[in-house]
Write a protein that binds this ligand. Sequence first.
Ligand SMILES: C[S@@+](CC[C@H](N)C(=O)[O-])C[C@H]1O[C@@H](n2cnc3c(N)ncnc32)[C@H](O)[C@@H]1O
Length: 277
Amino acid sequence: MPELLSENEFLLLKHLLGKKIGVRLRDDNRESLSRKLAKRVDQLGFSGYMAYYRFVKSQKGEKELVWLINEVTIDESHFFRADKQLFWLVEELIPAMMENRRQPRRLRIWCAGCARGQEPYTLSMMMLETIRLSRAWDLKILATDVDVDSLKAARRATYPAEMLKSVPRHYLYRYFNPAAAKEAEKAYTLKAEVKQGILFRKLNLLEFPYPLKGPMDIVFCRNVMIYFQLPDKKRILEEFFRLLAPGGYLCLGSSESLLGVDERFALVGQAIYQKKD
Ligand SMILES: C[S@@+](CC[C@H](N)C(=O)[O-])C[C@H]1O[C@@H](n2cnc3c(N)ncnc32)[C@H](O)[C@@H]1O
């Protein structure tokens, strides 16, 4: 177990990152940040967290600051993120897909880069709210991420109230239970019905080929590829293309595009692409 950042060290880093990129670290980020930094501080040969902090703050530490920023923004996610896209999928596209599909009555969705589960759980809640699934339907969501801490949190499905600010009130009442009082701050746990049918698994999008079986009907890869170089993006899209069913859909983050990256997907909605047959 690496040494925990002291309260003061954590506050200094929190302030620095808030000022530089507007990311607001929460108190419960202290442990995971300590884990990431302990390794880094050691690798770079600093005497401790304080020496590292002074370095990233200095002009010489500019490059290192970029690394640190990536580390802290990379798992940034929230419930109901870019929800217009999700509502369109759940209210229009998925019902139409189900209408057109007589047999097999199976739907496979993959959330690649699922962070702490906010995306697959949002989808699951929206589907519970909107789609009256008969028992005859076999619907599964595969949710993967490279970060095992995020996956652990996703499986636990308990979130501090601060992380639930973007959840509409009636969803909060209907799909969450107040967590046990031993939680340090007010927290809520998702009900079993929301978790049902979601499988969390570790998968690194940069390790090819993916050990997955298709065909997938919809792949979400929102706000993940922005961190990758073009050759890696192309390779990832090869894999998505391989695993998607003919006419399957790929959903990206609202500021992401496949223009000039892969021409085998057609834009059909807000950052929604369809695999061309
Ligand atoms: C900014 S979050 C986006 C989460 C969510 N899709 C959303 O849009 O809110 C990026 C996620 O991608 C994951 N990630 C980064 N590199 C990855 C890789 N090589 N393989 C799989 N996941 C990765 C991070 O751990 C993080 O959870």
